[in-house]
Each structure stands twice: as C-alpha cells, then as structure tokens.
Write a protein that binds this ligand. Structure first.
Ligand code: C2E
Ligand code: CA
Ligand code: CA
Length: 744
C-alpha cells in the first residue's frame, strides 16, 4: 500500500487548520501509530498516560467508522479532555480513518464534519492518483494543492481563489479552457461562474453565459442532472455542442471532461476542462477531478453558510434594515476613504413609543416599527443609509449633504413623513419623532464620534419636548466635554481627598433657634473650584459611584458631628444626611449606620436621614424594611422634596417617618403664588394629621418666612437664612444669623 506522507501531510495540515484541530492523523484499522500525521497531542500538552488513553480512543473510533464501510461517515468520541472526529478512508484493500483531535472548548460544527468527510475522500483520491504518475506531473500533489487553496477560502477572496485554481487546473491538464458552472433553480439555467482564461471577446449575449435548462442543446440539457463524469471527444457525434462551443469561442473541435458538482441528491453544477483538439482523459485524472469537484461543492456550502451568517450579523431582524454594526462599518469606511466627505448623520427616535407598546401590545408595536422603518427608507435617496440601532432608535446617513441648513430641511421632511398616521392592526397610530443631527465635513471625525454627537443632539431635542430637530453645535460640544471631564476626574475624587461636606442650617422660624444642619456634598474640582452637588450627583449615579460617595458622606458627617460634640458646650444640632436610592437598599445599610454611630459615640437621635419622595415610592417594599431598621435604631427620618412624588396618604401612613421637607419649588415663590400657598397649606394639614413635622426648603426672602409662619410651617432652611457653609463656620454663623426671624 503506497502512502506518501509528503502529499498527504499538506492535506492534513489544511484540514487541521480549517477545523481548528490540534492534530489530524491517517490511521489503518488495527494499526498502532498513525501512518501520516499533522500536529500532535503531545505538543498540545497531553501527558504520557493520557496519550495512551487517547491512542486507545483513536483506535476505537477508527474501527467503528470502518465498520460502517461507508464513505463519508463521521463519528465522534471524547477522551481525556479532548474530542475526536473521524471518517472512514478505504482504498482497494486498505481500511482506515482520518481522525481529528480538538479541545472541548467548542463542539464540532456541521462544517467540520463536511470538511473531514471530504478530506477522507481526498486522501483516497490522492492515494490512487499517487500510484499512477500523471501525464503532466503528480496528480496527488495537484489535489492536495487545490484542497489547501479552497479550504481556507472566505467570502471575500472566493472569486479570486476560484480563478487561480481554475488556472492551475488548466495548466496542469494542458486544457485550453477550464469552466465552472452552477445550476440556478430560480432562473432554471446553467450559469457560467468563472472560466480560465477569460475570453477576450465575449459575444453579447454570451451563448455560454446563461444557458436555459430547457435548451435544445443535448449536452447542456444533460449536464443539468449529471451524476457521473462525462467525457466528450471529437467524433462523438455531439455536433450541436461542438457548434455552440465554436459560436462562443471560435474553436471548431474540442475534447472535454465534465465532472458534476454533487451535493447529496442534487447536482449543483459542473466543472469542465476543455482541450482544443483531441485528448485522452485517464481514469486517475477523472478521479482526481471528481475529488476537486467535491472540494468546490464543499466550498459553496461553506460560503453560503458564511454569507447567511454575515447577513444576520449585519441586519436587523425586525425591519431588515442594517444594524448598528453594519452602520458603523459603513460610515467608518466612507470616512476613511474621505475624511472630509460631506454627509449628515441623523439620529431619530420616536416620541413616547412606550405607550404604543404598553397600550396596544408588542405585536402592534413591532409592526408599527416596521412601518416606520419603511417610511424612513422611503424618505431618503437610494444611496443614503438607514439603520435601526435598537428599539425605536434609527440612524440615517445622508450622503452629499454638507450644510446644516440642508440637513435640517431633510430632517424636518423626514419627521413630517414619519408623523403621518399609520394603520396598524386596525388602529390608526400617529407618533411624532425627534432627530438629533450632525454634519461632518470641516472637522474630521470618526463614525463613533459622529454617532455620539448626533445622540447628544437627540437628547437635547427630546428635552425640548419632542417633535423637533436639533443640530449638534459648540454649546452641546462644551456640555459634552464638561461631562466627560467630570466623569474621568470623579472616579478618583474621593481617594484624592477632593470631596467636602458643607452644612446648611435649618431654623425654627418662631425663635430663630438652630434645629438641624443638612450635610451637602461639594467637590473641590482641581480646575473649576468648588462644585455644588447639583452639578455632579447625577454623574456619580450614572457611573455607579453613588454607594462609595454615600459611605464617605455618611462617615464624614458622623465624624464632624463628634468633633462638634467634643468641642462645644451647647448641644449640637441634628445632622441630616441625604441618602440615595441605591445606598438605601444596599446590603446591610442599617448595620453600617449602627457601626458609625458607635464608632463616633453618637446618640441615634442626633443623626437624621433624608430620602426623596421619589425614591421611597419607587421601591416601597425594599425601602420599607430599611426604614423600619433605621427607625429601630432611633435615627430621625425625613422625606425630602415632598410634594413632587405624588405619594398617597395610605402609603405615607405605612412609613415610619418623622419629617416632611416641602420641596423648594413650592416655597421659593410662596408669597406671590396662591397655588403654591394652597399646596403648602395642604401639606401642613396632612403632616399634622400624621403627627409629622414640616420643614420648608428654599426660603429666599422674608415674605416666604411670614407666609410659612401663617400657614403653620415653623421650620425652614434657605438662602435667606443661610447658604450651605463649611463645618468650621456654620455653627457660629447659624447662632447669629443676622436676619430678622419673627418671634412667635
Ligand atoms: P436637596 O437635598 O433638596 O438639597 C438642597 C439643595 O438646595 C442644595 O443644593 C442647596 O444648596 C439648595 N438650596 C438650599 N437653600 C436654597 C435656596 O434658598 N434656594 C435655592 N435655589 N436652592 C437652595 P445642592 O447642594 O446642590 O444639592 C442638590 C441635591 O443634591 C440635593 O437636593 C440632594 O438631593 C443631592 N445631594 C446633595 N448632597 C448630597 C449627598 O451628600 N448625598 C446624596 N445622596 N445626595 C446629595
Ligand atoms: Ca435634602
Ligand atoms: Ca430637597
């Protein structure tokens, strides 16, 4: 039995690489060591004893596949952390297998099985071809060459590789033309995929280009369902075909070998070699061509699978539009080719689509989205791009638009089109949308930059109440820069000791007595100076620093209180600390508070906790348990921003709170607004009914003080009495406020 490692090995190498295997071996049934191998389990780190076990498993699987006696059977097995895949390999009286070994990190795919089955068939072809020295060189080397070329092909280099292989076949067999044809069931025709060499003068229409199946040409009629290789030589009586070839190529007499591309029961096409004049085709040559034809079939299957994967990876399933990835890649390519390409990126989002989904259900919501997608597509030119990013977010690239005015006009037109009523599932729905846009051109930008700038403009459009177009501009840019800078520096602000606590006093308006101080966090920004909480707490929450900052604030407030206690003869005011939703429901918040109280020697009643009304109502169940725990400790609880969260009386009754802090939006214009007065009056009555104390926030003028006293709200804080102040000065100043508070 002749088995030339030099020709089989490159085949095994290509196979192992294409299937990601650590080794590929040809083994004889019953034999010990592999006859030919590529790669090895030893180099892949398999130990000696495991190797023995693996060899045993390989022998087992070899015997099993051979038992089937059927070409192309593939079996799998597992051993010592590896998986095996084997196929039978029979030739004359040789019985064996080709076996792959791979780690367990991912399962074998259909592709691996086809590749292996094909490699088995190829090895047999190579063994036969190797015995018969070819007329023009070694056939086995040719098959191996084609296999290694085609196994690695991808969608992008497929055409090029196919042409190169056809050329190699043509030269090898001394053929004048080499053709690859596919059957197209839709067109019911045989299509010329490629030819070598390419004809210089192709008649139009090309009689060889697209030949209908129901042609009167007997050869073309036959190759449609060809199952076995077909050889044609001059004098075989196929005049019609010879004439057709003559019409297409100008050559009167040809000798041709045609092998079918067979996939299961279906003939997918043919591979044909044509020699001008006469030529004999040997059995070995035809067998080699068959093996090569099966390589082409395998290649088609794989590329088709890749293409459909590619389609899925780049398209949105619901609308068929491009997805984010396709969009970003497209935009990046355009900008790489021409960084100053005039184009506009539009980020569009439906206004209040959530209500469509909530009220009419997701099926109608989906169908609505599909129709919106279609309208977007229809309202731009064919070469513009529309993609769906997620939910009801779409992006559009308008090519060739360089001016903001033109882009805004286009955006407005798109919004108007989208807002027209749509019929969905028997409902007429109309929804406005908003668009944020950015025009490229003057400053070079990346696709991601353009997209995120358009997104920032979209947020601004939403802030304006929807149904509007906003263009990204310098003002938005500086907002964005500020934010990015904040984010970056905030991460290290606590460890760099840049956080401060300021304290805002709260007074009893009747006698000017200091009742409490509210701890408010400040950030000593290295460049921008002292920043109020308002300018960074929302960022803190977005980047998940709320818990860390919250712990720092609480501990710092406790520490400060203990300092005041030990340095002052009069009792210090209650210190109130703001607690965010995230902190409040974090693990063992109550335990943390208890630890701090004992660490700093504080009485629980000296500490107050403020939670906004929104927080309490959003997470009522979780919050309730924590609040009960805090109440158990004896800490004072206040509901902050009261009046903005719409809590019901019943809910309020369940909560163990002591204080309602009336939101400053009702207080700042209290004297002038009868509506605000009515609200504050109602809150005060409510509080009395539940035995709660009210504290007014945001008192900015003496008129508010008078009104509050008239309404029965006796405690307050606000800029009129005192701004938040550093710990060192706040108590001193608060006890001498310098503003007249009316005595009761
Ligand atoms: P808040 O709890 O309602 O705090 C009161 C805010 O109103 C403070 O702003 C204070 O400076 C401001 N203020 C006080 N009196 C007046 C007034 O008369 N007129 C006006 N217009 N404003 C007044 P600040 O410090 O910027 O805090 C804003 C918000 O940030 C706070 O609202 C609170 O919700 C949150 N916050 C502040 N510090 C912390 C903290 O340490 N932890 C947590 N979780 N949140 C905090
Ligand atoms: Ca507060
Ligand atoms: Ca407040």
């Amino acid at each position: 039995m002749k088995m030339d490692p030099e020709t089989i090995q490159p085949l095994l190498k290509a196979l192992a690489e294409a299937t990601d295997s650590i080794s590929a071996d040809v083994l004889a049934v019953g034999g010990g060591m592999p006859l030919v191998s590529w790669g090895s389990a030893t180099t892949a780190g398999v130990s000696g004893s495991a190797l023995t076990e693996m060899r045993e498993a390989i022998r087992g699987i070899t015997a099993r596949v051979v038992q089937h006696g059927d070409d192309g059977v593939v079996e799998t097995d597992q051993t010592v952390g590896h998986q095996l895949l084997a196929t039978g390999l029979s030739y004359h009286d040789f019985h064996g297998a080709v076996c792959l070994v791979r780690g367990l990190d991912r399962p074998w795919r259909a592709n691996d099985r086809t590749l292996l089955a094909m490699a088995g068939a190829l090895c047999a072809a190579v063994m036969e071809a190797g015995e018969v020295p070819g007329q023009y060189g070694r056939l086995d080397a040719l098959v191996t060459y084609v296999a290694s070329e085609l196994m690695g092909v991808s969608t992008t280099d497929r055409a090029e590789t196919t042409h190169r292989v056809l050329g190699e076949l043509g030269r090898y067999f001394g053929a004048d033309t080499c053709v690859l044809r596919h059957n197209d069931p839709e067109k019911r025709a045989s299509i010329l995929i490629d030819e070598w060499p390419r004809r210089e003068h192709i008649p139009d229409p090309d009689p060889l280009g697209e030949v209908p199946w129901d042609t009167d040409d007997p050869i073309f009629a036959m190759i449609k369902d060809l199952r076995e290789p077909f050889i044609l030589r001059p004098g075989d009586g196929q005049h019609d075909y010879q004439e057709r070839v003559e019409a297409g190529s100008g050559v009167p007499e040809v000798s041709m070998a045609t092998v079918p591309l067979i996939e299961g029961d279906v003939t997918r096409g043919v591979l044909g070699l044509i020699h001008f004049g006469d030529r004999i085709w040997t059995r070995a040559e035809v067998r080699a061509l068959r093996a090569i034809a099966s390589l082409f079939v395998q290649l088609d299957g794989r590329v088709t699978a890749e293409e459909s994967l590619h389609h899925q990876a780049y398209h949105d399933e619901l609308t068929g539009l491009w997805n984010r990835r396709a969009f970003v890649e497209h935009l990046s390519t355009v900008l790489t080719n021409d960084p100053q390409a005039p184009l506009a990126v539009l980020f569009a989002d439906m206004d209040r689509l959530k209500t469509v989904n909530d009220v009419l259900g997701h099926a109608i919501g989906d169908s609505f989205i599909r129709q919106v997608a279609q309208r977007l597509r229809e309202s731009v030119r064919p070469h513009d791009v529309v993609a769906r990013l997620a939910g009801d977010e779409f992006v559009i690239v308008l090519h060739g638009i360089g001016s903001v005015a033109a882009a805004e006009r286009a955006a407005r037109r798109i919004l108007d089109r989208v807002a027209e009523p749509l019929e969905v599932g028997g409902h007429s729905i109309s929804r406005s949308a908003s668009i944020g846009l950015v025009v490229s051109g003057d400053i070079a930008s990346t696709a991601d930059e353009l997209l995120s700038n358009a997104d920032v403009a979209l947020l601004e459009a939403k802030d304006r109440g929807g149904d509007s177009v906003v263009t990204f501009n310098d003002e938005l840019r500086s907002k964005l820069l500020n934010r990015a800078d904040l984010e970056l520096r905030l991460r290290t602000a606590i460890s760099d000791n840049q956080m401060r606590l300021y304290f805002q006093p709260e007074f009893d308006l009747r006698d000017g007595r200091l009742t409490a101080v509210e701890a408010l966090v400040r950030w000593q920004h290295p460049e921008r100076g002292l920043l109020a909480a308002e300018s960074f707490v929302s960022v803190v929450e977005e980047i998940n620093l709320a818990a860390e900052l919250g712990r720092w604030v609480l501990e710092e407030a406790c520490r400060q209180l203990s300092v005041w206690k030990s340095t002052s003869s009069v009792p210090p005011p209650v210190v109130r600390v703001n607690i965010s939703a995230g902190e409040l429901i974090s693990a063992d918040f109550v335990g943390f508070v208890a630890t701090l109280l004992s660490r700093y020697g504080l009485a629980p009643a000296e500490l107050g906790i403020e939670i906004t009304e929104g927080t309490v109502m959003r997470e009522l169940d979780d919050v309730q348990a924590t609040l009960n725990g805090l109440r158990g400790l004896g800490v004072t609880l206040a509901i902050d921003d009261f009046g903005t969260g719409y809590s019901s009386l019943a809910q309020l009754k369940q909560l163990p709170v002591d204080i309602l802090k009336i939101d400053r939006s009702f207080v700042s214009a209290l004297a002038e607004s009868s509506g605000d007065r009515a609200i504050v009056a109602a809150i005060v009555r409510l509080a009395e009914a539940f035995n709660l104390t009210t504290v007014a926030e945001g008192v900015e003028d003496p008129a508010a003080v008078t009104t509050l006293l008239d309404l029965g709200c006796y405690r307050a804080q606000g800029f009129f009495m005192s701004k938040p102040l550093p710990a060192q000065v706040v108590l001193e100043q608060a006890r001498n406020p310098g503003v007249p508070l009316r005595m009761a």
